[in-house]
Design a protein around this ligand. Sequence first.
Ligand SMILES: Cc1ncc(COP(=O)(O)O)c(C=O)c1O
Length: 400
Amino acid sequence: MSLVSAAMQRIKPSATIAISNKARVLKAEGRDIIALSAGEPDFETPDNVKEAAIKAIRDGQTRYTAVDGIPELKAAIVAKFKRENGLTYKPSQITVGTGGKQVLFNALLATVDPGDEVIIPAPYWVSYPDIVNFAGGTPVAVETTLEDNFKLRPAALEAAITPKTKWLIFNSPSNPSGAAYSHDELKALTDVLVKYPHVWILTDDMYEHLVYDDFQFVTPAQVEPSLYDRTLTMNGVSKAYCMTGWRIGYAGGPEELIKAMGTLQSQSTSNPSSIAQWAAVEALNGPQDFIAENNKSFKERRDLVVSMLNQASGLTCPKPEGAFYVYPSCAGVIGKKTASGKVITDDEVFATELLDAEGVAVVHGSAFGLGPAFRISYATATKDLEEACLRIQRFCGSLR
Ligand SMILES: Cc1ncc(COP(=O)(O)O)c(C=O)c1O
């Protein structure tokens, strides 16, 4: 009899975490490694946020709190949704978890039964299908194309909907492609969803603030208010506020769903860290101008990386609207051989050989459900990015 449960056998470790760990080990061994694999900003958490956390400790905010968030944080989230997304939620429609990941986990575990299908546009964030699998549901990946800049077409969405569809997971800007949907592009999708009242929408807006070139972010319930009653709008402070380690994510949605998610959390982790919650109150209510400052750097880095990768032989890299990722296709190097005679049969071999030969860690596209491609996180110092892109150019140029 197996020790681990059947549910555990349906999931695997996160590929992005595995590759980041491998890069860390090689670095510790003294190798010259540039890791472009991690999904976190390289900027510091703002000082006012750190001070709010220190104050919370001094004020004795060190006890259990309400399971799904302190009233002050829920109020800050209600105000954020109103201010930035034009969405009206009551505090009873808000839930706070230990990172956006727990919020997603709660939502799917609380709603997905065996046989339920969850539509996930590919390339997708690695955790979506695994969480659906863990819940006993069936992930239905819908592939997008490089030509469509990795955006889901309305007809492809409609073709994937069946009577068993429970959720569409929507993520804009996207991890891993950086693709973000304009108002019109999103409206074309919500027009389809309006026709299928049994389908719920889980929108992962984690990268909302990380958009460039005057791109206007929009979220499904804002674009199509009639979807409000079946949409869970999820977000968090990890990326825009440079708070990945603090572990605060949140969502707004229908009360019945929010209540079920809180019940699940009450039987697992209980409340997110009391101190991190107070820090998140300051992040959401405090000054926001540092985001535009950070975005200036991100945009410059995106432009640098896209331009340098497009000069690498066999790579094609679209310029995405947001997040801090690019997702170049490596179709042009498949079938070629490295200097040591190894054939690049797929994107995983490409990533492994690139790490071996040049010490650059990237994540293969097949981990995100769409290859041959790879993901680069450009949330790294510009000089390292430049060096990494030169190494990638050299590696691609060496393939025969
Ligand atoms: C698309 C997306 N959603 C959710 C998360 C989870 O964020 P958190 O660190 O708050 O759990 C991430 C983090 O990488 C992400 O990329």
